[in-house]
Design a protein around this ligand. Sequence first.
Ligand code: NAD
Ligand code: UDX
Length: 447
Amino acid sequence: MKICCIGAGYVGGPTMAMIAKKCHDIDVAVVDLNEARIAAWNSDCLPIYEPGLQEIVEDRRGKNLTFSTEVKSHIKLADIIFISVGTPTKNYGIGAGQAPELGYIEGCARMIAEACDGPKIVIEKSTVPVRTAELVKSVFEGYEKGHLFEILSNPEFLAEGTAITDLENPDRVLIGGDSTESGKKAVQTVVDVYNRWVPREKIVTTNVWSSELSKLVANAFLAQRVSSINAISAVCEASGADVEEVANAIGMDSRIGPKFLKSSVGFGGSCFQKDILNLVYLSGHFGLPEVAEYWNQVITMNEYQRKRFSRKVIHSLFNTLQGKRIAVLGFAFKKDTNDTRESAAIYICRDLLEEGADIVVYDPQVPAAEIKQLTNESVKIASSAEEAAKDAHAVLVLTEWDEFKDLDYSAIYQSMVKPAHIFDGRNILDLPKLESIGFNASGVGKP
Ligand code: NAD
Ligand code: UDX
């Protein structure tokens, strides 16, 4: 069997590496038009940082795992083709700021139709609006090749930073397909691939539309939990309650559960905002404005949380940041990834730059050039947390990298301008200990 995945990104790369690891008899080709990205996948310095990924790629590359820019030839050879290209929020025309850009999906459908002359299973791995399979199908029919393809939906639920463990031991694998004989056969083929390592009871099969929609709904529910606890963090700060104690108390209710209740500086990443906007747009499209407004509030609350954090920093520094050095620790949208898409750090840096702050950023994985580009070249980059904090008026922890927990905060305090402030946007630090060192220390939702 041969598998081809179009799109060598955060999903295509790790997902295909896992299939190659688990199925040595399947040839897996990951193809992309981006030459630099493919060159990086073929080098010692992979384009994405993900714990455990490098080892798998090094083990399977050149055996049953290939990274290539020869897109059409690999498509033609494959039995199963995954489409794993980006579906970012559209920034122009109809649906701008809400609807997903489906141009990359359509481009893939056209390439597949042009390249193939035999039967294939085509799988939507990308996150797409419900009924996107219809779009793909009509492209195939336009080439009079509709009969060659069985279109399935198999959305990906991995989270960045834990992609390899999520792929190795997923909560579930979701496969949507048609209930025709050929649809059922195609679903079974894909079930058999995952079933090499995922227990059958964790492989859920549905119709295509349920599968497409479930992905948007899963992300909307997860993001909603973060916005809900963040809303409560504001109430905690106003009332003297502690959001971690509240989260712990409510999370022990088995109906609520303890996960995804960490109050923070706001959720980021390429998925949550985009997928909720997608759901908001779809709801509007289906004539359901109340539903659209309900989900839009999750994003409004996230924006509020980021702004609230920026305002707290500005207010604590006497409402003037002109010429004050501010150390930002962490720029990635969460720990253990080099991904900065929609990271709260971008928005907070921009807020503080507007106030005239002199920002110095340290992140252990994000390239300096990327941080500079995202802040209009207005920040400086440090190569350690200590270097960033030297002569700073405030330290802001914006990503929960483990190394920030164990810094020598006494030495950092000595090197800073007094009064020295520390704002923990991830609630990973021991605030009473920092206070005893001399810091003005605050977290999110902390008394
Ligand atoms: P990405 O931007 O990292 O990668 C997409 C790749 O597709 C790019 O390298 C791009 O060059 C390539 N591409 C676009 N059009 C192409 C074409 N016609 N031919 C060949 N290559 C092409 O995106 P990603 O983060 O991997 O996300 C991909 C999809 O998976 C999105 O729909 C996203 O919502 C979804 N998803 C992402 C995550 C995540 O954690 N990042 C998790 C689950 C689902
Ligand atoms: C998310 C989904 O979890 C995953 O299933 C989907 O496939 C892609 O989108 P990802 O964005 O990679 O994954 O990371 P996730 O762990 O969900 O975190 C998203 C954001 O929410 C991060 O900025 C994170 O710091 C924040 N978050 C998460 C919180 O602020 N509090 C929490 O309790 C959990």
